[in-house]
Design a protein around this ligand. Structure first.
Ligand SMILES: [Zn+2]
Length: 158
């Protein structure tokens, strides 16, 4: 594994252990060049998925991108890393078992939104406000409607 700091080609595995849900192996590595430590994750991938952004823009499914947007959306919400991992693993599994090899990015975004909606309303609104494209007034109305439902629900709880 190439070192992210100095680009040295070799690193040594210092520690290797499965995460709590057993779906991932986490490895602590140390660069043989500069000595920097970093972590890699090994996950099961059932099949190759291509995410279609538009007619001429396709890219391989990259779980780390979803991990990043989920963790940004959940920032300071007191949500356990494991819950976020499970959410993303669930989405990945759904995509891999859908029988399709090309999936529109819009659908991936919607799956993340659905997952966050069930997890935390603030995280959901954060993600949705970044993700949603409000070019159509109709979309915005539908979204604003679902947000006010959530806010109302939260107020009920308090
Ligand atoms: Zn290095």
């Amino acid at each position: 594994m190439r070192c992210p700091f100095c680009a040295h080609e070799d690193s040594q595995v210092k520690d290797s252990r499965p995460t709590e849900d057993g779906a991932t192996i986490r490895r602590r590595r140390q660069c043989e060049g500069c000595g920097a430590r970093f972590t890699t994750f090994e996950r099961i991938q059932l099949r190759e998925i291509t995410v279609v952004k538009s007619e001429d823009r396709k890219e391989p499914f990259d779980r780390s991108k979803i991990d990043l947007s989920v963790s940004l959306a959940c920032r300071k919400r007191g949500i356990a890393q494991e819950q976020m991992d499970q959410l993303v693993s669930g989405i990945q599994r759904q995509l891999e078992t859908s029988g399709e090899t090309e999936i529109p990015s819009k659908r991936v975004g919607e799956m993340v939104m659905d997952g966050l909606k069930a997890l935390d309303s603030v995280a959901y609104i954060r993600f949705a406000s970044v993700y949603k494209d409000f070019t159509e007034a109709k979309d915005f109305e539908a979204f604003a409607g679902s947000v006010s439902d959530i806010v109302a629900k939260d107020t009920d709880k308090a």
